[in-house]
Design a protein around this ligand. Sequence first.
Ligand code: S3P
Length: 170
Amino acid sequence: MKIFLIGFMGAGKTSIGKRLAKSLNYKFIDMDKLIEFNAGQSINELFKEHGEKHFRELEKTTLEELKPDTNIVIATGGGTPCYEQNMEFMNETGTTIYLNLPTDMLFERLIESKSKRPLIKDLTDKDLRAYIAKMLEERSVFYEKANNTVNAAHITNAVEEISQLICQLR
Ligand code: S3P
């Protein structure tokens, strides 16, 4: 089974994904890390040298090249579900879980960790909050196509809730 964790930057896809994979005894993949490894460049470098469009193409092929038959938890990038037919592809090939967090909590987290994220790294605090609110509204249309939505405010609770969901599905 493939479990795709989706949601905005800072929602905790990687932290929750790692713990979830451990508790289910599944493999774990962070798509951003895989893209960086395959390209030999950081996400910041990829955006700067080749542009966002190229990154979105890499994101799509990386998603499609995941092996079909492994038990795996995949932390996607915040934009993965919002481009191409990626959301449909994930729903067809696995279970999708939307890690939901409100703008204020995303802002608190992202203010500390924006430097590795090309879309927000140069924004002032004020602009960052407005950007999150706007993008979250636009992207929610895609995120809400997920099979399940989980409150991501508390990592341990989220891991527990997703583990139970997966056990019911198995
Ligand atoms: C992006 C989110 C990032 C990364 C890239 C673009 C986005 O992943 O894929 O910087 O479009 O929201 P995280 O959600 O892991 O930060």
